[in-house]
Design a protein around this ligand. Structure first.
Ligand SMILES: C[S@@+](CC[C@H](N)C(=O)[O-])C[C@H]1O[C@@H](n2cnc3c(N)ncnc32)[C@H](O)[C@@H]1O
Length: 504
């Protein structure tokens, strides 16, 4: 019989998960962890103290995989962020194959491959780009979740998994079977799946200078800062000099690694291992209980150091903040979104703020809690010089739909308008976290950082903003562009980037 999962046990469970799997859970998810702990105790028929001791000491070798099935997010799909695959085949793979030591070969790691969509997309893209890749291209794909890996091995997918896959690739590479689509053998043959834990310094995986390219997308965003830092150091070590790293759009290297330099092409960004990154550091095992609490950001030494610290430390806190945000509860009205807002949007674009506001205020009372209406109202108020009223409206919207990137961006504008630059930056970061493709908070954050004097950090943000602005959704530009069109925003961003010492 197991002993119940009290608060102390659940916190100890959380620490053990950070150590063993790398995953971070904030206080808002303690209840969820308690439920999982109960289930594991019942399943193994162990009392909590025994289970927690054994888990922490690494004496339950099958447990990390079992926990991964309970705790990880395995959302993925084919050709996610397809521009990264274009950069891979046009620039990254040819450069690596040409590298003297490579002899026309390419080794790719898909780290956190989930059910295989990312690794198979790599295989398809490389097969199409380099005919007859067998023996030249190798893709290793690793994940800790055995259920996801079992799905990968079957290579049968629902049409939903191919929602971003171009029609001709679908036709050439997949064969329908009932409701599923089966991937063709030549792409499957390039990929080797392995059950591996990215939070471990596993000598069989992290051979020095063994990979040309690492795709690790939408994984470190779930890791504790220390575990993310350790994983990025392993990538630097196991990539060949000049090798490339692709992260997800909500992920950053800031404060986690200096071993890579940012690259931009194909309207996307990725990283190249610096030549002097520590490729040959010998493998080491981290001591048990190596997970320290998140380190404080280094002090900048500038008069506005507190401000900068707030910005630098923010990304660590954003995940916690986001998880704690309310999502639409049972009492929240449904997001109707069927009000005709086009005329008000036109007035906003033309900077006729009072007319736009008057139009919105004439909408039927039933629209009062509609998230789209609230967001538009807040945006009009913010651009029309009423930050306090705009902020109130945003907060109302967030109490209904907490995970609203637009509301956080508008809040950032409001906070800046009342002189709260640090809190403005924090809201920009939340908006970026919630929607990695949203250009405006990147631009705004870049401008805020530039004003603080940190040219390196400003350059990074503005460079990414420039890439995102070029492909930002036109509707979203009209809504949040503050009267600037795409061209105007791109010029503004490019000028700020130049001024920070960057090129475009
Ligand atoms: C959101 S999915 C990302 C899938 C894919 N990379 C993409 O971007 O579409 C995250 C994956 O990371 C895996 N993961 C999380 N922690 C891990 C760990 N410690 N070791 C190996 N895989 C892990 C999860 O099991 C999950 O399949």
């Amino acid at each position: 019989m197991s002993v119940g999962a009290g608060q102390g046990n659940v916190r100890c469970f959380r620490t053990a998960i950070a150590q063993r799997l790398g995953l971070q859970f904030d206080d808002a998810r303690i209840g969820f962890l308690g439920t999982v702990l109960q289930r594991r105790l019942a399943r193994l028929d162990m009392p909590a103290p025994h289970y927690l001791c054994a888990l922490t000491a690494g004496m339950l070798p099958a447990e990390p995989a079992a926990l991964a099935e309970e705790l990880t997010v395995s959302e993925t799909y084919f050709f996610r962020n397809s521009e990264q695959f274009r950069a891979l085949v046009d620039i990254v793979a040819p450069a690596r194959m040409r590298a003297a030591a490579n002899n026309n070969r390419l080794t790719v790691l898909s780290a956190g491959c989930a059910s295989g969509e990312e690794a198979y997309s790599l295989a398809i893209a490389l097969h199409d780009a380099f005919p007859d890749p067998n023996g030249r291209v190798e893709i290793r794909a690793v994940d800790l979740n055995p259920a996801a890996l079992a799905r990968a091995a079957r290579a049968r997918y629902s049409p939903w998994a191919l929602r971003e896959t171009p029609a001709d690739i679908r036709r050439r590479w997949f064969r329908p079977s009932g409701r599923e689509l089966i991937l063709a053998e030549p792409a499957r043959a390039l990929v080797h799946f392995e059950n591996r834990n990215l939070a471990r310094d596993d000598a069989a995986l992290w051979q020095p200078q063994s990979f040309d390219v690492v795709f690790c997308r939408n994984v470190i965003m779930y890791f504790t800062p220390d575990q993310a830092r350790a994983l990025l150091a392993r990538f630097a070590r196991s990539l060949r000099p000049g090798g490339y790293l692709f992260l997800g759009y909500a992920e950053t290297l800031r404060g986690l690694s200096d071993d890579f330099e940012l690259q931009q092409s194909h309207e996307t960004f990725y990283y190249r291992r610096k030549d002097d990154a520590p490729a040959a550091i010998s493998l080491h095992r981290e001591p048990p209980n190596a997970v320290a609490p998140p380190a404080a950001a280094p002090h900048s030494g500038r008069p506005d150091g507190d401000w900068m610290e707030t910005i630098r430390g923010a990304s660590d806190r954003v995940a916690a903040l986001v998880a704690a945000m309310p999502v639409a509860g049972p009492s929240a009205p449904p997001a109707t979104g069927h009000w005709d807002l086009a005329a008000a949007l036109d007035l906003l674009r033309g900077e006729r703020f009072s007319d736009a506001l008057a139009l919105v205020s004439r909408l039927p009372p039933a629209s009062a809690n509609d998230p789209d209406v609230l967001l538009l109202t807040a945006t009009i108020l913010a651009h029309g010089g009423q930050p306090v009223a705009a902020e109130e409206t945003c907060r109302r919207l967030l109490s209904i739909a907490g995970l609203n990137a637009g509301a956080h961006y508008v809040l950032a504008l409001c906070r800046e308008a009342v002189g709260e630059a640090a809190s403005a930056a924090e809201h920009d970061r939340i908006a970026i976290y919630l929607d990695g493709s949203f250009a405006m908070p990147r631009l705004h954050l870049g401008l805020l950082i530039r004003r603080s004097g940190d040219r390196d950090a400003a350059r990074r943000e503005l460079g990414q903003a420039l890439v995102l602005l070029r492909r930002e959704d036109p509707q979203r530009l009209s809504m949040f562009g503050g009267g600037f069109g795409r061209t105007g925003l791109i010029s503004l961003c490019a000028a700020a980037l130049r001024d920070s010492g960057g090129n475009q």
